[in-house]
Design a protein around this ligand. Structure first.
Ligand code: HEC
Ligand code: HEC
Length: 700
């Protein structure tokens, strides 16, 4: 396979390589049991830890994650993350591609041929994949079908928030506003997210979350954007009085992430609701009051109401047990908004919400797949291939390494987007603690120099869709700062005075040809002499690490010559491959229904050739049908049976999940159909009920 790699280079296209490209695949480094979820300093340790009872905080987090009362209209986090941590619903899951640039609202249509152009479509096997070529192994062959539509997750109806409902189990009071996209006749249907829902299992290892990395690794207590949101403050008791303060908690991307959906008017909220409104509604309530808790729930059993419905403590009681009183004990209102007073606990509700969910999600680690189970024995015997693998799985493993899948799907989570503080004995040495990697590109018309492109470690543009369908990591936050570290760095070089808004390390090595290629051995090798000058020339200046002035000068010159670029537009976070058998549909656009379709995609080297495609290692692999099946078979060895059977820690309360609409109306809204997901205890699903299945098994 590596031969093909070089043929590709010699054909005159650009050729690329990166530091991490040297990683040698050592299966025993894939041992997830050796990794620790990165800890958030000050959360559970220090003089005055934020969380005083971790068990209670996890109970609170699990309750908040599964409670359909958190959303305005019967939507929980789990509504879109109930199946192996992701979403396998098949009805009303289409978004017409609203992120497609320069595409006016009027042309945002549902494109699938089996669809009549309206929402509430029931997905069919034939709807996939979303890019179809005349020859499925040749991306340069004619495209016979393609769409900017996305398989996302159904959330709430588009409505304006009026107030919470005094009746605790009922939806918020909201006014339907009409919806230009999600309607059938005059009736509104639920809106659908702009991207596919990734799994929350093992997300605790990600440095940043979301496909475009916008869930900041530092938590500000109020929003997803960490230090970028300069007005974010929480209330902390000082000398007997609550004082508003900025906070920044490291390694807390999951807490940042959790503050997005509850106020998002597509995912969970009527437009205009605030976290304080949610606090007023939830604090006096008993969690999960309409949902069943299994008597053997691994986390919630001790709090279960005797009736089996909901928990016996209120949210307020749980917060008091879990969190340090300096965050909630104030007795006077701290804020008055439009005539309503808010207590310290209400004003800080987003802070508790994010951290409790992070602690719960940090328990969702799957490290007992077939591959994991083989590792101890491999370490003992020195075997390089798992002895419990079938022949086809072994073949698939070989293809996985030969085709360089492991360069991006690296390390124990099979994703280089991991937080480098997840310490492991051997893995990630090549990336070290870098957050921006430098990839060399030999321009096709040049044989004497190498350009470099900067990429955020853990993010790549693999040409699933054309760049303009979704810019991904190339996007900005609400204040106009780039989401990408690489782009921030380049802006820093260009406009020195512009502030860097994140903490990150840039690889500052200048590539030369001798650094990379050894054509004789068909291998990429490092020239140690050159490498000596290649490290992180950075100094710590408070908020961000910035390059030394000599480096800035040298880099700016390269930039001016047009020899330094960024690989950010259309790049997405490299997803974990653990449990990938169960987390379809695949890719940020949900455009592939099976692992075989994914393998075929890699076989043809992407769906399209985006501008920065040469910066990736995704190129025509010439897979045969057998190769595709073998690769899929290998990927299925990454499933943890506890995830498949929902055994602890993956057990959960019951949940009623909207899955498309009936033809009847509820005012201006179309009535829901539901999937009824039963409560499961720590021993998992009963054998006669069957296990979770891959996404395509649920398609008509
Ligand atoms: C309506 C569906 C929906 C709801 C409700 C929802 N999510 Fe998600 N979730 C998504 C989608 C879609 C994405 C990907 C969005 C993106 O990357 O732009 C996502 C991404 C995530 C991720 C990032 C995983 C990764 O690898 O990047 C986490 C963690 C997560 N959600 C947890 C939650 C939590 C916690 C809640 C509740 C507070 C929640 N979700 C509510 C649909 C949903
Ligand atoms: C250059 C980095 C890179 C390489 C090499 C690579 N991948 Fe990926 N992979 C990604 C990125 C980035 C995504 C998400 C892309 C998107 O959604 O647009 C992805 C997505 C996937 C998914 C979908 C997962 C999900 O949950 O949606 C699978 C499966 C996968 N890759 C398997 C493989 C296999 C098998 C190979 C080797 C043939 C491979 N990858 C090579 C970066 C890479």
């Amino acid at each position: 396979m590596s031969l093909r790699f070089f043929i590709f280079a010699l054909l005159g296209s650009s050729f690329s390589f990166s530091h991490s490209a040297h990683a040698h695949f050592n299966l025993t480094d894939q041992d997830l049991t050796k990794y620790k979820v990165p800890t958030t300093p000050g959360l559970l340790n220090g003089k005055s830890p934020i969380v005083i009872n971790k068990t209670k905080a996890i109970q609170l987090g699990k309750a908040l994650f599964w409670d359909t009362n958190v959303g305005s209209n019967g939507v929980a986090c789990a509504t879109c993350h109930f199946h192996a941590g992701s979403d396998r619903r098949t009805v009303n899951q289409l978004n017409p591609g609203v992120l497609h640039l320069n595409n006016p609202l009027s042309s945002k249509r549902f494109d699938l041929p089996s669809n009549d152009g309206a929402p509430n479509h029931a997905l069919k096997a034939d709807d996939f994949p979303f890019f179809r070529h005349q020859q499925s192994n040749n991306k340069n062959s004619q495209v016979i079908f393609e769409t900017d539509d996305v398989v996302g997750s159904a959330g709430v109806y588009l409505q304006k928030f009026k107030s919470i409902n005094v009746n605790p189990e009922e939806a918020d009071l909201c006014t339907p506003t009409g919806d230009p996209i999600y309607n059938i006749g005059n009736l509104q249907t639920r809106q659908v997210t702009k991207r596919n829902a990734p799994t929350v299992i093992n997300a605790a290892f990600n440095r940043r979350n979301f496909w475009d990395g916008r869930a900041n690794q530092e938590f500000n207590g109020v929003s997803v954007f960490g230090p970028r949101d300069v007005n974010a403050k929480i209330w902390i008791m000082q000398g007997g009085k609550p004082v508003s303060q900025k906070i920044s908690l490291a390694n807390a991307s999951l807490a940042s992430q959790a503050l997005g959906p509850p106020m998002d008017m597509i995912e969970m909220s009527c437009n205009g609701r605030t976290f304080k409104d949610v606090a007023k509604k939830l604090l006096p309530q008993k969690p999960l009051s309409t949902q069943e808790i299994h008597a053997e729930d691994s986390v919630l059993a001790s709090l279960r109401e005797p009736s089996g419905l909901g928990l016996s403590n209120t949210y307020e009681e749980l917060i008091k047990k879990a969190f340090n009183p300096i965050y909630w004990s104030g007795t006077e209102p701290v804020q008055k908004v439009q005539g309503t007073n808010y207590s310290q606990m209400e004003a800080n509700f987003s802070f508790f919400f994010g951290l409790a969910i992070q602690l719960y999600e940090s328990t969702l680690i799957s490290d007992q797949s077939k591959l994991d189970l083989a590792i101890p024995n491999m370490k003992k015997t020195g075997a390089t291939v798992p002895s419990n693998f079938t022949e086809i799985e072994k073949k698939g493993l070989g293809i996985f390494t030969d085709a360089h899948c492991n360069i991006c799907h690296a390390g124990a989570t099979f994703s280089a987007a991991v937080n480098y503080e997840s310490n492991s004995p051997n893995a990630y040495q090549t990336n070290g603690s870098l957050s921006v990697d430098r990839i060399g590109i030999i321009p096709s018309n040049s044989d004497d120099h190498v350009d470099s492109t900067l990429a955020d470690v853990g993010f790549f543009n693999t040409s699933v869709v054309p760049d303009e369908y979704d810019v991904g990591l190339g996007g900005t936050d609400p204040w106009g700062n780039p989401l990408s570290y690489a782009q921030q760095y380049v802006n820093y070089l260009r406009y020195g005075s512009k502030k860097l808004v994140d903490n990150f390390l840039v690889s500052s090595c200048d590539f030369t040809r001798s650094f990379v290629l050894d054509f004789n051995d068909n291998e990429m090798v490092e020239d140690k002499k050159n490498l000596a000058g290649c490290s992180t020339f950075l100094q710590d200046l408070g908020l961000a690490l910035v390059p030394k002035p000599t480096v800035v000068k040298q880099e700016s010159a390269t930039l001016d010559q047009g020899r330094l670029s960024t690989l950010t537009t259309g790049a997405f976070k490299i997803p974990t491959l653990r449990n990938v058998e169960l987390t379809g549909p695949y890719m940020h656009n949900g455009g592939m229904k099976s692992l075989e379709e994914v393998a075929a995609f890699y076989g043809r080297g992407g769906n399209v050739t985006n501008r920065r495609h040469p910066g990736t290692l995704v190129f025509d692999q010439g897979f045969t049908r057998d190769d595709i099946n073998a690769l899929a078979a290998f990927l299925k060895t990454l499933t943890d049976e506890r995830v498949r059977w929902e055994k602890a820690p993956f057990d959960h309360p019951s949940i009623q999940v909207p899955n498309g609409h009936t033809q009847s109306a509820n005012g201006n809204l179309m009535e829901d159909n539901y999937l009824m997901i039963p409560a499961v205890g720590k021993k998992g699903l009963p054998a006669d009920k069957g296990s979770l299945m891959p996404f395509d098994a649920y398609l008509k």
